[in-house]
Unconditional design. Structure first.
Length: 165
């Protein structure tokens, strides 16, 4: 049985709120890098970028972060931007769901190899089952779920949904 957690309208509101929070934290920055983890994180990041471009005069860069989510240590982390392009810039690492923290911690580790101004994290759903010391600076919703439940995020055109399965 699928349980609706967030509707399209609620997700749109959360995207807008997170974008404004990112803007407020970077109001003095000329450039902001929004790094979306491939899959739902990249889709979520793209939607945040769309709002950010409307509310700030800063140059907004969308960076794709690629890794094997089941084994990020072995596969490594790669980005669509060379390190030089985000050096000394403000970065927001984005994923759709924060579950164990594995994906975010390896993404954070990748960006910390380069000198940067600041690094923040954003997620649509924070599940509170972390096995690593990583937190979401910006989150749409926090859920206390059992380990057997699964959160599914869909970014279908004109119909974004979050389910608990």
């Amino acid at each position: 049985m699928d349980n609706h957690i967030l509707t399209h309208k609620q997700i749109q509101h959360k995207i807008k709120r997170i974008a404004y929070q990112i803007y407020e934290a970077n109001v003095n920055e000329d450039e902001i890098v929004v790094a979306g983890i491939e899959g739902g994180g990249l889709k979520f990041a793209n939607k945040i970028v769309t709002v950010l471009k409307k509310v700030t005069g800063a140059k907004i860069h969308l960076c794709k972060v690629k890794m094997d989510k089941t084994n990020p240590l072995e596969s490594g982390v790669t980005t669509s931007m060379p390190d030089e392009d985000y050096k000394n810039k403000s970065i927001v690492l984005v994923d759709d769901v924060l579950n164990s923290g594995t994906t975010l911690i390896y993404g954070v580790q990748h960006f910390l190899k380069t000198p940067i101004k600041q690094l923040k994290t954003a997620v649509l759903v924070n599940r509170n089952h972390k096995k690593y010391p990583v937190k979401a600076d910006y989150k749409g919703i926090s859920l206390s779920t059992s380990l057997h439940e699964h959160v599914r995020v869909e970014f279908n055109p004109k119909n974004y949904l979050v389910y608990l399965e």
